[in-house]
Design a protein around this ligand. Structure first.
Ligand SMILES: *Cc1c(COP(=O)(O)O)cnc(C)c1O
Length: 400
């Protein structure tokens, strides 16, 4: 099977502000860490936060951390210094946002249950509904509690690299379409929300915003805010930040709206690593390395998206001299990170650092096969590493 490698020699999936010198430092600073471990790089995280702050300063918009992408409590104090709050996907994340992030909490779910709605309202500053039925059933309770009511709109134009991530296909359950608005009462609604991007630059936002405005612009003068969701890759190198600023300022001044963004990836892009160790090397019509981290259990997006993550000092595919297929210790035959090549042969006990492993990793991992979960550690700006979360047999057995 021939495979195309987009940036075979890069150490990042997306263009990054992080320098090679910094990565070399990180390699040294993490050489002795116990593996497997997710390592959060505070220097990169803070650089990202400073980029987001520029957008806030230039527009007065609010930026929320999407907890579903990254919810390491130990990092919340740093993030909360820059951002306005958190966006939650339901009752547990709303509570996490309230109790640990401790700033604004904005909660959206495709459907809230009778059982959860009271707590959702208690922990949230705004509750965003996905249908008119949910709005009419629960909206009055939100108002009575003095909180904000939002409605998720489906602009039916999505910019997403994969269909799996597009909310704007026929039979999508995400958001109210223009057709569904006929004859509906929107007097309870304080703000609209749309989320139609995934890993996108600002020109994709411009396209979606144009379609959104042509279909829903007539409602905007009566609203207080517009939440433009996530999927903004603002901290990616080369992102058109001035265009984003222009788009926000335009819509804000045209309709007198507060604008909110709720990026997940766009907060922690490239701000983490997965440190692993080579456990064994076997041969089967080629070299195969088995590491102590698993794609299936520890980086599920590698198989789900799917994509091939980068490893420092390795090239994707056969560009360098020594080629290996690298996979994990689970039973799944396809528990494979990908094919990588190196300047020197791999050795048992050797450390490998996967990049861009802060987002959608530890929030999604599982203990399938009883595989222990990696530690989570923080590498601070001085290069000191501290483990903030470990997992034991007790954690594994407690959920079974
Ligand atoms: C997933 C999601 C986000 C965050 O998306 P990123 O791609 O991580 O920026 C924000 N808002 C909603 C409603 C989402 O579903």
């Amino acid at each position: 099977m021939q495979k195309k490698y987009k940036f075979p020699e890069s150490y990042f999936t997306f263009p990054s502000h992080v320098s090679l010198e910094h990565l070399k430092e990180v390699e040294k600073q993490t050489a002795d860490v116990m593996t497997p471990a997710y390592i959060i790089d505070e220097a990169v995280l803070e650089e990202n936060l400073n980029i987001l702050k520029k957008v806030k300063d230039a527009t007065g918009c609010k930026i929320l951390l999407a907890l579903k992408a990254f919810s390491l409590r130990a990092s919340f104090p740093l993030i909360a210094k820059y951002l306005d709050g958190a966006c939650a996907s339901g009752v547990f994340e709303a509570r996490l946002g309230r109790e640990d992030f401790n700033k604004e909490v904005h909660t959206f779910s495709p459907a809230f249950s009778d059982k959860d709605i009271k707590d959702v309202i208690k922990y949230s500053d705004s509750v965003i509904f996905n249908s008119f039925a949910q709005l009419h059933t629960f909206g009055p309770l939100v108002k009575k509690a003095g909180k904000q009511v939002g409605l998720r709109i489906n602009p039916m134009l999505s910019k997403s690299p994969k269909l799996l991530y597009s909310p704007c296909v026929a039979k999508s359950r995400l958001g109210v379409t223009a057709e569904q608005f006929k004859g509906e009462d929107v007097s309870l609604v304080d703000g609209f929300h749309f989320h139609a991007l995934c890993e996108q630059d600002a020109d994709s936002l411009a396209e979606v915003l144009k379609k959104f405005e042509s279909d829903f612009g007539k409602y905007l003068p009566n609203l207080k805010w517009l939440n433009m969701g996530g999927g903004h890759h603002i901290v990616r190198k080369g992102y058109k930040i001035n265009l984003l600023i222009k788009l926000i300022n335009n819509i804000k001044s045209k309709y007198g709206l507060q604008v909110l963004l709720e990026p997940g990836e766009g907060v922690v892009l490239n701000a983490g690593y997965l440190a692993t160790t080579v456990l064994d090397i076997v041969q089967n019509k080629g070299n195969v390395a088995i590491i102590d981290a698993s794609a299936e259990t520890h980086t599920p997006d590698v198989l789900g998206m799917p994509y091939q993550p980068c490893i420092i000092d390795a090239a994707k595919g056969p560009l360098k001299k020594y080629l290996y297929r690298i996979g994990g210790p689970s039973c799944l035959a396809g528990d494979v990170m990908g094919d990588y090549s190196f300047d020197k042969p791999l050795e048992r006990g050797q450390k490998l650092l996967f990049t861009d492993m802060a987002l959608y990793t530890f929030v999604k991992n599982t203990t399938f096969n009883g595989i222990p979960l990696p530690n989570i550690g923080i590498l601070d700006k001085k290069g000191n590493y501290k483990v903030v979360k470990t997992f034991s047999y007790k954690d594994f057995v407690s959920k079974l």
